[in-house]
Every structure is written in C-alpha cells, then in structure tokens.
Design a protein around this ligand. Structure first.
Ligand SMILES: [Zn+2]
Length: 404
C-alpha cells in the first residue's frame, strides 16, 4: 500500500520486503478470470450459505483446509422502528454477532487458520482486544492448531472465557492492546509462529471483506447509500470497502456505498488523521468502554482512510454514552443485542444523521460486529435494575404498582 510494488504470494511474505513493517500488502486477484465464474446467476444457484460462496475472491487455492464451522451469511435485519427512531429511509443491521464465536472476526480467523494449515504451520498467534482472539482460538481448536493469544488483561471476561474453553494458551498482557500487539509480533518472530494479526497478514482482511459481498447479494445487488462500521485498527472497514470495489469491478453492482467510519471519541486517531489529511497518525492512549475498538496505534489506518475517501464517505466520533444509548436502542427497538463496538456504528449513524451528513431518505446498513453477550458489563451500565419479587401474587401486585 505504500510503494505499489507487487509480489507473487509466498510463504512467510506478510509485508513488503522493501518497505518493512509498515509496507502492508493488499491481495490482488485475476479479475478477468473471475468475472465469468462469479456471476449473479452462479451465486443464485449456489447453496453454500456461508462466506465460502465467494471462494473465487478469497485467497485459498482449495477448500481442503476450511474448518466445518459455519461462517458468514449472517442475517441482514431491516427494522422499521429503528428507521423511524433515527429518521432514515431504510435501515438494515448486518448481525455479525451470529457468527460461530460471536463476531465478524470469524470471517478473518477462518481464512487465517486455513492459510496456516495450507502452509504447514502448527502454531498460530495473534494479539487482540478480544474478539479476534476468541475467534482464532475457536478455529484453531477445530483445526488442531496450537494457539498463543495475547489480550490486554482488561479484556471482557466472556471473551477470556471463550479463549480458555477453546484451549488456547492465553497471555493476559499487563498493558494496552497496542502493547499486546507489539509483544505478540516480537514473539511470532522469535518463535516462528504463524502471525494472524490482521495488520500485517494481508489474507485476514480478505476474510473480513466478505461482509461486503453478503450485504450486496442480500440486497439483490442494490447497495445501500451508506455502510456504517466502527473503526479500531482499520482492517474491517478497509475490507468492506475492498469488497464493494471488487464487486463493482466485476460488474456485479453499479455503484459503491459511501463508508461511514465510526471511532470512539476516546480512541480516535484514524478520524483525526482523516480530517488532517495526514499520511501518518498520532498515537493516543485509548479511553473507551468499546474494547474492540480501543486502539491507539491503528496499524491499518492507511487502507482504512483510503477506502473511506474513495467511497465518498467520511469519519465521525461518538462518546461512550452515545455508544451505550445506541446499544439500548438497537436491542430495544430491533431485538439485536450487540457489543459496544457494534453499537458504536449505530451511534455514528445517529450522529451523522443529526449533522445532516446522512439524509432522511438514505438507505443504510449498520454493521453489528459482535454479540452483546460478549460484554454484559457494558450493557448493565445503561439498563435499569430488574424488579426483585417474592414468589407471591400480592407482592407482585405491589411491585408492579411501584414501577408505574
Ligand atoms: Zn513497498
């Protein structure tokens, strides 16, 4: 992404040898060969309702190493109550909390693990704020790979529980995600482990992007005016943007949606770089309850900003309070319970709608990137206390009276 050099894929090639660590690579396909194969008709006749239905646009030579966990083809939920509450034309939630380990990261891990197996690796590692970790651990368990996972010691308990039950070697780092990331990278080099970190491993983003393919296909190839997603490292939104670009290039859609990238106000170096037209970012010390996007050193900010800009989209920040309110709104009006990073996207839509960036007749897809059950503490910060009642009808009557 820095120098424009191209390489043939080879084992151990993660970043551009000329540019070093910051020389993140991008996967390019033979689109002319794919075009006649991946048509609307071919997809309509394909009954593989997982993200592997887009295999020609994914970096695997075969299905041999794909794990039998169903990834992708998550529901796209239209909700009119939310549309009314937010004042937009059409609003859909892409419920990626419905993936096997409960987050969008399963799209990436499923590719990462298949890739590691194809390269004959036995040990895989990643640093994560939580979701990528639990996802990798699940897929590694299925594949019989040994996993070393680095997460900040502050990661929500449910995510750590997932890691442990999947049998990963869990390293709780006494530091931020950014420090966990550096330690993981150093360990991968030192011990020769397969590095699943999205920022340096270009294949991971190829898994994440399938969310974009699905949205287009589920909407009958009529893309929305806006696609809204929260931003941490920047990989996910960059992936979604790449997906829409690829579909456009193949003639499957006739325009791309504008991307709205949403950051938590307490961890917003990508938004800052976006508005300053900067080619670099200023690291911040993350301060947000949205743990999945609490990233102060966004490794993939270049790809993210490039995609947002080329789509004609923009970036916006939201406060933790807005994130919690959006979580309650999505759950209370649409019945979809998402974790803070997921509801950050809805909060961003709300803010962009208030600011007039998104219009009253626009169609919008919001990515609910992770399941709300992964972080119940956050939810309990905004919900009322339940009513305690004795197993007695008279007591119930008194309590019901008191709640009115
Ligand atoms: Zn380079």
């Amino acid at each position: 992404v820095e120098c424009g050099r191209t390489y043939q894929p080879s084992k151990g090639l993660y970043t551009c040898p000329e540019c070093g660590e910051t020389g993140i690579l991008d996967v390019i396909y033979d689109y002319e060969a794919i075009q006649p194969v991946l048509t609307r008709e071919a997809l309509a006749a394909n009954h593989d309702y997982s993200h592997w239905r887009y295999l020609p646009l994914m970096p695997l030579e075969s299905r041999e190493h794909i794990q039998p966990l169903s990834v992708g083809w998550t529901p796209l939920v239209r909700n009119r109550r939310l549309e009314e509450a937010l004042g937009v034309g059409r609003l859909f939630i892409k419920d990626d909390g419905r993936n096997p380990t409960g987050s969008l990261k399963d799209r990436a891990s499923s590719v990462g693990v298949a890739k590691a197996l194809a390269e004959g690796e036995k040990v895989i590692t990643c640093a994560s704020t939580g979701n990528a970790a639990s996802s990798l651990a699940g897929f590694a368990a299925s594949a019989g790979l040994k996993a070393y996972i680095f997460v900040p010691a502050t990661a929500p308990e449910a995510k750590v529980a997932q890691l442990l039950i999947f049998g990963a070697n869990v390293l709780l780092v006494q530091g931020s995600y950014d420090e966990a990331y550096d330690l993981c990278s150093a360990a991968a080099t030192r011990y020769g482990w397969y590095n699943r970190n999205c920022a340096v491993n270009p294949y991971l983003i190829e898994g994440k992007k399938t969310i974009g393919f699905e949205i287009a296909e589920q909407l009958g190839w009529q893309v929305p005016d806006w696609f809204v997603m929260s931003v941490g490292d920047g990989c996910s939104i960059a992936g979604a943007g790449k997906a829409f670009d690829e579909l456009f290039r193949l003639g499957l859609i006739d325009r791309v949606p504008r991307l709205l990238g949403v950051q938590a106000a307490g961890a917003a170096p990508v938004t800052a770089a976006f508005y300053q037209n900067a080619t670099t970012f200023h690291p911040v010390k993350p301060d947000t309850l949205a743990d999945s996007i609490a990233v102060g050193v966004p490794r993939n900010f270049t790809k993210a900003i490039r995609q947002v800009r080329s789509s004609g989209g923009t970036m916006i920040n939201v406060t933790d309070q807005e994130i919690l309110e959006a979580m309650q709104l999505m759950a209370g009006l649409a019945g979809v319970f998402t974790e803070p990073a997921g509801s950050a996207a809805l909060a961003g839509l709300r803010a962009a709608r208030s600011a007039g960036v998104i219009g009253p007749h626009d169609s919008v897809v919001v990515a609910a990137t992770g399941n709300g059950l992964k972080d119940i503490k956050a939810a309990r910060r905004i919900t009322p206390e339940p009513v305690l009642v004795y197993p007695d009808l008279a007591d119930l009557a008194r309590k019901l009276e008191a709640t009115h």
